[in-house]
Design a protein around this ligand. Structure first.
Ligand code: 5AD
Ligand code: FES
Length: 361
């Protein structure tokens, strides 16, 4: 086995080397984090980009065993922002110079929903002089739907694979949730020309460090442009809650998430990596810590305050009592604490995507 101080200077890793890196402690852990921080600065710089996140509806047709807004959770009060509220949120992003917004909701694929998103995309583009970048995070859809939304103005799409392991995927989802169908969606998105993002949860029931090492290899093999990874956080109204006593503790899940980010930054140097909200749910300074060691994207929640409590994918979700306006000042201060600058008014596309596209021409 190589020494960690040698390993961190590699660009590619075998499975056992990744497992070794995921297990580092003490001084070796610090070495890993300084290396990933150094690579981040060199490849993507000090700038952190904002994507204003609008969780516009928690109506969902899926039933993932880990998720608080799964369709079988009757305790959730379902909401759906109206068009005016969504357009207002887009305006807020634009006026605050966020550069981009993310439209996220539970998974729905009715023709009415598909039409509505298409209409909204066009309206947002019009309202923001074509300047606001739009990312979608609306789950699995047909290739035709992805194409229509792309043509209407969306240019990035986030679809987490959740875990790259088929058999673990099966344990976390009902039988009709199909890993291969999800993978096919990611491939369609790439084919259409979206900047494509994926990600996994860390610390799931039955998950091992070996699975996580494979997740990292999966993201590299898929040549993904953006990644959002966060710790799994149990939710009392979900089937997986019964396994809560067998999980890594929250600190371990947090630590492993930071290591996943750091290692991925070393492997895929110029991609966009998000400092996810679930990190902040465990540690109030979680996102700032992630930024220091490799992340370069933050998705401030700009969902109107009164709905935030109802988009509880997991418990202890931060900032549910805040209003969008309160998040703005708070974020400025937080980014400064992480020794970074905010890329105001820019789309902040990953250099990885730009290069991948130039290579195609
Ligand atoms: N803990 C952490 N993340 C979760 N997600 C869903 N449920 C949980 C949970 N209990 C994540 C999934 C999904 C994203 C929108 O939220 O990765 O893709
Ligand atoms: Fe929401 Fe700070 S990020 S209040």
């Amino acid at each position: 086995m190589s020494e960690v101080h040698q390993l961190i200077h590699q660009k590619t890793f075998g499975h056992s080397e990744l497992v070794q890196l995921l297990k580092v402690k003490g001084e070796e852990r610090q070495l890993l984090f300084s290396r990933s921080a150094e690579i981040k600065l060199k490849e993507v710089g000090r700038q952190v980009y904002f994507r204003g996140l609008v969780e516009f509806s928690n109506v969902c047709s899926k039933d993932c065993y880990y998720c608080g807004i799964r369709k079988s959770n009757g305790a959730v009060s379902r909401y759906n922002l109206n068009d005016e509220e969504i357009l207002h949120a887009a305006k807020l992003c634009y006026e605050n110079n966020f550069g981009s917004m993310v439209l996220q909701s539970g998974e729905v694929s009715s023709p009415a929903f598909v039409d509505r998103i298409e209409r909204l995309l066009k309206a947002i583009k019009l309202q923001t002089n074509n300047e606001l970048g739009i990312t979608l995070s609306l789950g699995e859809q047909s290739e035709e739907t992805y194409q229509r939304w792309f043509e209407a103005g969306a240019h990035r799409y986030l679809l987490r694979i959740e875990t790259s392991d088929h058999s673990l995927y099966r344990k976390l989802h009902p039988a009709d949730h199909d890993f291969d169908a999800r993978l096919a969606c990611l491939k369609s998105l790439q084919k259409i020309g979206y900047q494509t993002g994926t990600g996994v949860m860390i610390g799931l029931p039955f998950q091992t460090v070996e699975h996580l090492a494979n997740d990292l290899l999966f993201m590299q093999q898929m040549n993904i442009d953006m990644v959002g990874m966060g710790p799994y956080i149990e939710h009392a109204e979900t089937p997986l809650y019964q396994y809560r006593d067998s999980l890594w503790n929250l600190d371990e899940r947090f630590d492993l998430t930071l290591k996943m980010i750091a290692i991925l930054r070393i492997m895929m140097r110029n991609i966009n990596i998000a400092a996810t909200t679930a990190l902040q749910a465990i540690d109030p300074m979680g996102r700032e810590k992630a930024i220091r060691i490799g992340a370069n994207i933050i998705m401030p929640n700009i969902t109107p305050g009164r709905y935030r409590n109802d988009y509880a994918l997991y418990q202890n979700k931060p900032c549910v009592d805040e209003d969008p306006e309160d998040c703005m000042g708070c974020l400025d201060a937080r980014i400064a604490l992480a020794d970074s600058d905010i890329g105001y008014g820019q789309w902040g596309d990953s250099p990885h995507f730009k290069r991948r596209n130039t290579a195609k021409q």
